[in-house]
Design a protein around this ligand. Structure first.
Ligand code: FPP
Length: 258
């Protein structure tokens, strides 16, 4: 059964565009880029292929974009791989998505090591199937001393549930007199989120033309620049990433000031 869902990595039209083509400012690369990787299903549908083929191709794009983000000097790349709402998809699709982290890491770990990339996750990891959890925990362990790009997979992640869980943790500590009301502010609240060791994203990209946040990093993106790209995720490439960075660089971030 498993083998039904294995696809050949056929050569697609990979872009050879280098980072100089768009003249992005190398001194002003966002430290943290977060991406809502949308459009796998539509990409497959356009080709009369099963949706999981779209996810397979989406995984190839993850490799390409990770490489390029690392080459550009991005420090954190957070990818929305599976939301707390995605469990409602057909079982076959959910099972396939749960297999992807293992497939990705078993084929890409050597390159992640070579590129000094550290793997991290945000989300309710304990609720993932054992094989998925094992694959990501192993990758986190093996890459923990790498000091380059941190590649963060949002897996079983939902922003509202993340905030509720943080409030519950704080309420427990309050009951035990371990925190006071004065201890809670915007900075300390961060310590109870999955992203406690990760700076907020300066740039948040969503592919496929949809323009919503879908419960992704809703606290952390309060001052992010949003860039919406019409490209379906399997077709997203280095050029699209640089275009988004260029758009970000052309914006004037005011953080509520003038
Ligand atoms: C949204 O597209 C995409 C997802 C829910 C899954 C994203 C997963 C990947 C890109 C692969 C992840 C790879 C690793 C290594 C974990 P959609 O299926 O909702 O597309 P549609 O809106 O066109 O139907």
């Amino acid at each position: 059964m498993r083998h039904l869902f294995r696809f050949k990595n056929k050569t697609r039209n990979h872009s050879n565009i280098t980072s100089n083509d768009l003249n992005i400012d190398k001194q002003n690369i966002p430290e943290h880029i977060a991406i809502i990787m949308d459009g796998n299903g539509r990409w497959a549908k356009q080709r009369k292929m099963p949706r999981i083929k779209g996810h397979y191709e989406g995984m190839q794009t993850v490799k390409k974009i990770t490489r390029h983000a690392s080459d550009l000097g991005v420090k954190y790349l957070t990818l929305y791989a599976f939301s707390t709402e995605n469990w409602t998809r057909p079982t076959e699709e959910v099972n396939y998505l749960m297999k992807l982290p293992g497939d990705f890491l078993s084929t890409f770990l050597p390159e992640l090591m070579e590129k000094n990339v550290r793997v991290e996750t945000i989300g309710f990891i304990d609720a993932l199937p054992e094989h998925t959890r094992k694959a990501v925990l192993e990758a986190i362990e093996k890459t923990k001393n790498n000091t380059g790009l941190t590649l963060v997979f949002a897996l079983n992640y939902g922003g509202k549930k993340e905030i509720v869980a943080a409030v519950q943790m704080i309420a427990d500590l309050y009951k035990e007199n371990k925190v006071t009301l004065d201890d809670i502010n915007e900075t300390t609240f961060n310590d109870y989120l999955f992203t406690k060791n990760i700076p907020d994203p300066e740039l948040l990209i969503r592919t496929s033309g949809e323009q919503r946040l879908s419960n992704f990093l809703i606290w952390q993106s309060s001052y992010s620049e949003f860039v919406f790209d019409d490209t379906l995720w399997p077709d997203f490439n280095e050029n699209n990433l640089e275009q988004a960075i260029k758009t970000y660089q052309e914006r004037h971030r005011r953080f509520g000031g003038l």
